[in-house]
Unconditional design. Sequence first.
Lengths: 224, 696
Amino acid sequence: MNSGREVIDGRLTVEGFSVAARAFADKWKTHNQSLPPWSWVPLINRTLLLSNQEEGYLSLENILILSSLEESTEDESLNVATECSEKEEPVDHTILVQNQENEAHYYDFHIVYSASYKVPVLYFRGYCSGGQPLSLDVIKKDLPSCSVSLLLQSKWTFITQEEHPYLNRPWFKLHPCGTEDWIKLLSQSSISAGCQMPVELYLVSWFSVVGQVVGLRIPLEMLN
Amino acid sequence: MSEKETSPTILQFAPLNSSVDEGFWHSFSSLKLDKLGIDDSPIPITGFYGPCSHPQVSNHLTLLSESLPLDEQSSVASTSHGNRNKCPVPGILYNTNTLESFDKLDKQSLLKAEANKIWDDIQSGKALEDPAVLSRFLVISFADLKKWSFRYWFAFPALVLDPPASLVELKPASEYFSSEEAESVSAACNEWRNSDLTTDVPFFLVSVSSDSKASIRHLKDWEACQGDHHKLLFGFYDPCHLPNNPGWPLRNYLALIRARWSLETVWFFCYRESRGFADLNLSLVGQASVTLASGESAETVPNSVGWELNKGKRVPRSISLANSMDPTRLAVSAVDLNLKLMRWRALPSLDLNVLSSVKCLLLGAGTLGCQVARTLMGWGIRNITFVDYGKVAMSNPVRQSLYTFEDCVGGEFKAVAAVKSLKQIFPAMESSGVVMAIPMPGHPISSQEEDSVLADCKRLSELIESHDAVFLLTDTRESRWLPSLLCANANKIAINAALGFDSYMVMRHGAGPTSLSDDMQNLDMNKTNKQRLGCYFCNDVVAPQDSMTDRTLDQQCTVTRPGLAPIAGALAVELLVGVLQHPLGINAKGDNSSSSNGGNNDDSPLGILPHQIRSSVSQFSQITLLGQASNSCTACSETVISEYRERGNSFLLEAINHPTYLEDLTGLTELKKAANSFNLDWEDDDTDDEDVAVHM
């Protein structure tokens, strides 16, 4: 009897996820100009059994966070032996000698649908300007301090490292096992207001909680 | 905001910086392993860059997984997001097969070769058609695919102008253009950036007419632009964010301008953005002064520079991706995650560290041994040693879950095959196997065998000393005697599992007798509350003897219902984990299933910690039992332990060779006589045997 338009039991179908994702991306673009827009990455080469609704995920990449210089001791680089001295390049005065700048950390965020939990999952990773991946300890230093304590206290949210379902590399993710429960809580407040939560608002509501953990706030206007 | 007025300074360019996404190394590794092998011919690659998008951070030239020549399909469509930030630039990758050859590469020649290509493209006019070739780059690398580490070095070849260009003035574009012009330039740039056709063309002309209308044109339209403008600037996507310096791409741009159009004064426009739109405060406009080359020197390739510095030094960069690429490490972190989830979601007080560090000794690698090993792995226990003297027989693989058919055919020793199997399941296991028989009492040996049997006893004793928990999983009663004694002596956790045809018993031995404090040893054990729990032999009134000779075949080989070994083995491991999680460890009291409060409930997050579990599958019933240690135990009583400590090998030999020795030693012989005489003298009240107390 579910027309597919309402959120039941805190969960999403895969079609519902596509609908919610586009609605979320549109609202984000309109209301959240301070950050780049989310883009939809379609998944190709998948056998689509049902509708011609494409599967995919939302991607927000290269978000820059500047941190202080001390962080750059997070160095995965190996000890490089000697400086190459043979056949030195002539000293070129037209090359600007640069000082050590602040270490820039970049973050990629993907919102991916989990078929087994039937909820969206936030995957993320961090890396330095040279491309070296950041460890979770370093990432936690970049997170707003309130979200770190939220992670420690809340049993709804914790960060784990797992294979990204499509990129086959380890990414961090907010584990989804609690999502269904707290979405139910959120949607109950709209039920008591007399209406079910429409699917379009699922990701907006979901992100209003999840985004805080990774320091991405959404403006209140998006929730209307 | 700086205006360089009358005394021009040398134009200094900010170097371009590289950024290699993890995905590039992943894709390159696959390419190398699957396709290239040892072929080290240069590989054409594509780099990506875009204009600066942040006032405090420069952009980089980036390599992504799609930088490599396309081959297989991936499940994700490539670069569906923002071509605008990924202007493709041709490059070349020289990857060597050894570190030595990496160090020996002639970097100057390689740089020169690429610079020549740029020069040729300038001379031939290709640079006008496809200006991205001005930013051609070179990478040398050494990929160590055993350690998953990558050493690399970028070069951004730049043709050196001789004499160098000088900077006449440089200022933010918003100060150079009038506000009307600025608006028009912004709009034109945004349009250029929003069109798929032009957004990844990083060099262009900005033509501003006298009525402040700006238009952006391709370089090849230069002739057409002549006379048409009030201002004509050479624009380019500038990755650099600095307010006083243009970015690296300007170098080859100036070389092009000088060679093609022989201009001595060049107005350039460093295009930079913020938040996806043209930012004329961040963007710069400058005037450079260039000395024209004359005669021959106009045709010769200029010198080139461009090797990227690593934190100011002329050394390559390197990155280790073992954590995300080494399959063993990935397996380890996945397994650890699983255990952590259990702790987070269900048992917050679970101590995972004690599990990962405990060393388990499995005596017997048969049906019970295999099952115990597998369940231990499930709990994250990594350190397992097997002791078994048998070989994998044809009937084994169906019941002994670590073995396969190949092991039988090859005649493998169980201890060896089990270790191999564990490593195949989880490569991070630390496991070893000992092919050895456990000496048994009541199986007399000849004097020639004495030395080797005593050596085995010693070996077993050392193994028990060097492990934390011992599982007694052999198929006879008597083979459990010596391990029980040694565990009691060393006060090591011993878990015992035994199978009948349709029943099983799993128990944990109590602490050894010397674990109690001295004053307690003097008290009558009956009256204290701190009694030790019993061991496998505490309930026996007979010493372990030869149970094997004169039995029928089905009594010698343990024939059991197949479901029992997995159940008993699994329970044995759960019992061990219970002990390890309990604050008192081996000294934890025994609970019964009926004990709901008091007991161990409050101490252990896992629930009760029984002493013995007995079950009959014919009834599908299971009970827990509790038994105290016996003073007359042939394995763990103080009498026996002190005798062992005092007399060592001679004690062992007597126990092995004389079937009644242990009974005599512990007084069981006396006990039996007393019990028999007790039966006979039924009416006789005159019993001197006050101390007889039968512990059942």
